[in-house]
Ligand binder design. Structure first.
Ligand SMILES: [Zn+2]
Length: 272
């Protein structure tokens, strides 16, 4: 790991070009096609946190054929993670393996044409720009709003699309944020809500299958962007409760005219 958040590249990067044969069922989709696959294979995604949401999102993107993926996390696998966190096993928990290490092995086993990068760190105001600068999309796998506001500031500063996702209990929210086009996180709220989850130190209850469903919505928005079909991105805030059988599309347009972040470009969450 580099101290400033620059990624450590995979040592066993595959030199061969990806074989599109493995994506036949995807390229045959009229709305995706070979062009979408080729765009996806040339693209790179940053997954911030490979816990519940992030591990599912990373696996879905790697199976789909994203060209390069960067995983950022500093946590180790615990037995209580496994009910909701794809990719990890009891053996990983017993060995207290770093999530990025366990995830990278699993992802290479799934699709060795994808370049996997790992960074043992937390995204913070110091590391955010280096982690994000060369990425095409950012997927939110964090567990707290403090990190999300840093992520939002950095994404708006660098004009990177990102997908916000959060889940508490059986309730989920997903929103794709396209800089300059759709509302950013600060268009919706001034800062971290006081009742928000406290930096992951007091774990929220969560239904494992709800995490998987939420991550699938999140990965879908990332795939649209990476496949060159940003016009298909959902412009609404998706809110659903898997246990209460409710799903809503909340209209969040237009962007806030006086948004300090995406309008006035005051990136206070990146400041020391
Ligand atoms: Zn905004």
């Amino acid at each position: 790991m580099h101290s400033d958040g620059r990624p450590q590249q995979s040592q066993d990067r595959q030199a061969e070009p990806p074989d599109l044969t493995r994506y036949t069922r995807q390229t045959s989709l009229e709305t995706f096609g070979v062009a979408g696959q080729e765009s996806l294979c040339r693209s790179c995604a940053l997954v911030v946190g490979v816990g519940g949401l992030g591990s599912w999102v990373a696996e879905l993107l790697v199976r789909a054929g994203v060209g390069r993926i960067r995983l950022v996390d500093d946590d180790s696998v615990e037995i209580a993670n496994i009910h909701r966190q794809a990719m990890y096993t009891e053996d990983d928990a017993a060995a207290h393996r770093l999530k990025i290490e366990a995830a990278a092995k699993r992802l290479r086993d799934i699709n060795n044409t994808v370049e996997i990068e790992t960074v043992r760190a937390r995204l913070d105001r110091r590391t955010a720009e280096n982690l994000m600068r060369d990425m095409d999309v950012v997927a939110d796998g964090t567990d707290n709003f403090e990190s999300r506001f840093i992520l939002n500031d950095c994404a708006m500063k660098l004009a990177k699309p990102w997908v916000f996702a959060g889940i508490v209990g059986t309730k989920a929210q997903v929103m794709a944020i396209m800089p300059g086009k759709t509302p950013c996180l600060r268009c919706l709220m001034d800062g971290p809500p006081p009742s928000a989850e406290p930096s992951g130190r007091s774990p929220n209850p969560v239904l494992g299958v709800a995490v998987a469903v939420t991550a699938a919505f999140e990965a879908t928005e990332a795939l649209k962007i990476l496949a060159g079909q940003s016009e298909r991105v959902n412009p609404h805030l998706l809110v659903c409760d898997l246990w209460d059988n409710t799903i809503k599309q909340i209209d969040i347009s237009p962007r806030r005219a006086d948004c300090p972040c995406c309008v006035h470009r005051d990136f206070e969450f990146l400041e020391p």
